[in-house]
Write a protein that binds this ligand. Sequence first.
Ligand SMILES: CC(C)(COP(=O)(O)OP(=O)(O)OC[C@H]1O[C@@H](n2cnc3c(N)ncnc32)[C@H](O)[C@@H]1OP(=O)(O)O)[C@@H](O)C(=O)NCCC(=O)NCCS
Length: 370
Amino acid sequence: MELRKGLEDIAIKETSITFIDGELGRLYYRGYSIFDLASFSNFEEVAYLIWYGKLPTRHELEDFKSRLAEERGVSEDITSFVVRTSKQGNPMDILRTAVSMLGLEDRQEGDFIGKAIRITAKIPTIISLIQRSRNNQEFLEPDLSLSHAENFLYMINGTKPNAQDSRVLDVALMLHMDHEMNASTMACLVVASTLSDIYSSVVAGISALKGPLHGGANSEALKQFMEIGSPDNVEKYVMGKLSSGQRLMGFGHRIYKSMDPRAKILKEYATRMAKNEEINRLIEIAMKVEEVGIKVLGRRGIYPNVDFYSGLVFYSLGFEQDLFPTIFASARVIGWTAHIDEYLKDNKLIRPKAIYVGDLGKRYVPIDER
Ligand SMILES: CC(C)(COP(=O)(O)OP(=O)(O)OC[C@H]1O[C@@H](n2cnc3c(N)ncnc32)[C@H](O)[C@@H]1OP(=O)(O)O)[C@@H](O)C(=O)NCCC(=O)NCCS
């Protein structure tokens, strides 16, 4: 039996959701280039595309938008749980538990995509509740007249966002929606393949996304820029980190061996939306880290990934740093559930093997003789 650490280069299913060309740095959702979707589409339309496999008509889109908006509210139980834990809890732990609670509350049978819509609509409400309640700000009810991204920003900042900010979040969320068989999607499928329920599967996805090698990297990347402090310190910092065997956060990817297209798009938005002195300085630092990092790591196919600029974008929009992985989850839940739906149409229990390298035939020694 061949050992493939990290299941590298192992395909576990066929998919028509996402295609990644890692060599050329291309990404497609349902056959559409991410560059086109980021330029011309929006959160609701791409969510529909990923779940239903086609672009919606105007009527379908309007219907879908209202369905998504109407599901934004969360129960009093969830509200009081989030308020109670927001000051000391890790936001990903709070989100994971809140999604688990959603599962307890949802007694309806069937309609898989309906449940996926419900979870997707409620996650921004939970995230906003975390940020606002730990800062002793009053909780705002979702505004159903706003788009998904507009409402998310409104609930975080307490004011209606301007068109540029909501467009930036809209695009950032689109870019995070799916990425083929990443670690968190795989975690969702492992759970779903046992015929467990959608909430349990999404909880597994959130758990896997939390780690710094996956969705936690966006917050780590921003921390790194803050630690560097000034563009003049970049060279020394990067060289010091790499020569001591540490990793540059927001760099490297299992599939991309060139610049991640999502990082390219986010970089453009990050530079366009520069707002105050702190953000401008952080962007300058990030661009210098990118330059020095590529000089050293580029020849090994290690380039900036989606998390390199996304933290900066989220921070500029008013999200607190430790919330970044939850924003990632708020978009990736669409990919998770689309992959679960696709996988269950031809389900096979996921049960790989391990190669046993321990001893056999050992004599059991009673506890008093050890
Ligand atoms: C994402 C990541 C886990 C993918 O890694 P992977 O496919 O499992 O590859 P490995 O971890 O085996 O790394 C392969 C080699 O590249 C190096 N490498 C990978 N990413 C690196 C980084 N960010 N900085 C420095 N070196 C890196 C490793 O040290 C390793 O070197 P070695 O072969 O000399 O030991 C890895 O690139 C990483 O840790 N990046 C930083 C965290 C991050 O940004 N995560 C977000 C991903 S979207």
